[in-house]
Design a protein. Structure first.
Length: 218
């Protein structure tokens, strides 16, 4: 079992355990449409960046990759694939891309922080003549992206109805389409959760449940 696979959810570097994705959880969970868009970007950037870097680090292509500065190369690859996703999403739905523009720019940074650090340490610890398991690295990166994506979507499903009395999907000329709308006089909408302070309060409750469940499992 690799290092990154050990802490994809329950470890000290997981989104809730190490709070590595806390800022993205707070900013992108205000709307379900934003969370879905960012979740797609997480899978795209984590998977393709890890595949490209692991392939370049393999024995067949290692001569094209310098021994020093591999962290910078991984960062450039993450930024490149993040830009490709933003371009494709912009062509598909410009207004939705405009709403999540800043959030999409942050996804490569999280990829470098979480997947990149573990991947670089594993590759550097491998003997020179050993074969790299590209599939293992991709599965580790995708598991990290899946962990953060599931948390992001679940958090937005709870937060958006509490804040805006609705649930939304990305699309249409308005940037999002409302799939559910609750009555404005319902008892559960609380506008405090629409702000970052309210999101922190709600996230703190989730972290307490996470730490409790983690202690029970151990």
């Amino acid at each position: 079992m690799s290092l990154t696979r050990q802490h994809s959810f329950w470890g000290s570097l997981s989104p809730l355990g190490g709070l590595t994705g806390v800022s993205l959880l707070i900013m992108a969970s205000a709307r379900l449409s934003w969370a879905i868009t960012i979740a797609g970007s997480l899978f795209w950037v984590y998977g393709l960046t890890t595949f490209a870097f692991a392939f370049l680090s393999s024995t067949a292509a290692s001569k094209f990759l310098p021994a020093r500065g591999r962290g910078a190369i991984f960062t450039c690859l993450a930024a490149f694939f993040g830009s490709i996703y933003l371009l494709l999403f912009w062509m598909l739905c410009p207004f939705a891309a405009f709403e999540t523009f800043m959030l999409l720019l942050l996804v490569p940074l999280f990829c470098v922080q979480s997947a990149g650090s573990g991947l670089l340490s594993q590759i550097q610890s491998k003997p020179e003549k050993s074969q790299l398991d590209i599939f293992e690295y991709i599965s580790d990166a995708v598991s990290q992206a899946a962990s953060l994506s599931v948390l992001l979507i679940a958090f937005s499903i709870i937060r958006e109805p509490l804040s805006y009395c609705s649930l939304s999907f990305p699309g249409t000329s308005q940037g999002m389409v409302t799939i559910m709308y609750f009555k404005s006089n319902a008892f559960f909408p609380i506008n405090i959760f629409s702000s970052s302070a309210g999101a922190l309060l709600l996230l703190g409750y989730f972290i307490c449940l996470y730490q409790y469940a983690k202690g029970k499992i151990k």
